[in-house]
Design a protein around this ligand. Structure first.
Ligand SMILES: Nc1ncnc2c1ncn2[C@@H]1O[C@H](COP(=O)(O)OP(=O)(O)OP(=O)(O)O)[C@@H](O)[C@H]1O
Length: 314
């Protein structure tokens, strides 16, 4: 599946969609350190990039490279240690609690584990997506305004699950539950959709279905999507752009159009500091990555070098 270019956009030479609007995300040296002193850990390290309206971006990187931490910073769930970022016009480092709460109401978040309430009906789960805009707690489907219930049903139709509206959520398959979670996120009418490994616990067929759904809603709603993934092939076929993290740093930022799989796979290999320039040139040219020099027999692999940046355009 190829990511459909959002409407009202003009494709650039690299195929990346660009609209005239302000960036939805603008990060400037965003940094998150856990702990202090010698034992502290730099989870997100001086990250700067922009995401334009309608862009569908896949966030790739080894386990522990900082993808989830970056997403939680963007959602205002964690405060940056230094640097700044603006999301939907809210400055992350300077926003107060209520501003961050307001920001979160405008960001849809899709989790790996769906986070549905299993004993509630599918429709009521979708209705909970509107809670941020309603006053007071809700108990039972009928406690939601009719307009919300109708919108939730429309959402379920959009994700192909209207027939299951009155079933308990925990009777659905994993792939179906994730599609319900997408419908719930869309109830917020978000200006940005973040997804943290939304298909990590799904089989290949359900994964493709969920990614196809995300691509479709992104196109139909001109919605900006930033989604962490472990599946390079899904990222290549679904996203407009791949941002690769290694040890918290952005080491790859490429349009998916014209990029080959081997180049992206370098993200998952250990990169010796000495070969970084070669990789950078290969990525920038969109060509195949030159072979790594063979390690002498018995040698210990070089540590992954966070400084081995091969950001496109460097
Ligand atoms: N609350 C925390 N306190 C301390 N360290 C943390 C915390 N959250 C994350 N980390 C550390 O920050 C680093 C980045 O973690 P993060 O979960 O963002 O990576 P990831 O790329 O999302 O990994 P995965 O693909 O396995 O989900 C890891 O070393 C992790 O152990």
């Amino acid at each position: 599946m190829t990511a459909p270019a959002p409407t009202a956009t003009a494709a650039t030479a690299t195929g990346s969609p660009v609209t005239a609007g302000e960036p939805v995300i603008r990060l400037d040296g965003l940094t998150k350190r856990f702990g202090t002193g010698a034992d502290s850990l730099l989870a997100v390290d001086d990250v700067s990039f922009e995401v334009r309206p309608g862009e569908v971006v896949a966030l790739l990187g080894l386990s522990g490279s900082g993808k989830s931490t970056l997403l939680s910073l963007l959602d205002g769930l964690q405060a940056p240690t230094s640097g700044d970022g603006t999301v939907l016009g809210t400055a992350l480092a300077r926003a107060g609690r209520s501003e961050l709460r307001a920001l979160r109401r405008r960001i849809g978040f899709v989790f790996q584990q769906f986070h549905l309430v299993g004993r509630l009906s599918v429709l009521e789960n979708v209705c909970t997506g509107a809670l941020g805009s309603l006053r007071g707690p809700r108990l039972g489907l009928l406690s939601y305004p009719r307009a919300v219930r109708e919108r939730a049903l429309d959402g379920l139709e959009q994700v192909g699950l209207a027939a299951h509206a009155f079933q308990r959520a925990d009777t659905l398959s994993g792939g179906q539950q994730q599609r319900v979670a997408v419908a719930r996120a869309l109830m917020q009418e978000p200006g940005l959709l973040l997804a943290d490994e939304p298909v990590a616990s799904l089989d290949p067929e359900s994964s493709a279905q969920v990614m196809r759904l995300l691509a479709r809603v992104a196109q139909e709603r001109e919605l900006t999507v930033l989604c962490s993934l472990h599946q390079v092939d899904l990222a290549l076929s679904w996203a407009h752009r791949i941002i690769g993290l290694r040890s918290g740093r952005v080491v790859m930022d490429v349009a998916t159009e014209g990029i080959d799989r081997g180049t992206v796979m370098r993200l998952y290999e250990e990169v010796a500091a000495g070969s970084a320039e070669g990789v950078a040139a290969a990525v920038a040219a969109g060509s195949a990555v030159p072979p790594r020099p063979a390690a002498p027999p018995g040698s210990v692999p070089a540590p992954v070098a966070a400084s081995a940046a091969f950001t496109k355009g460097d």
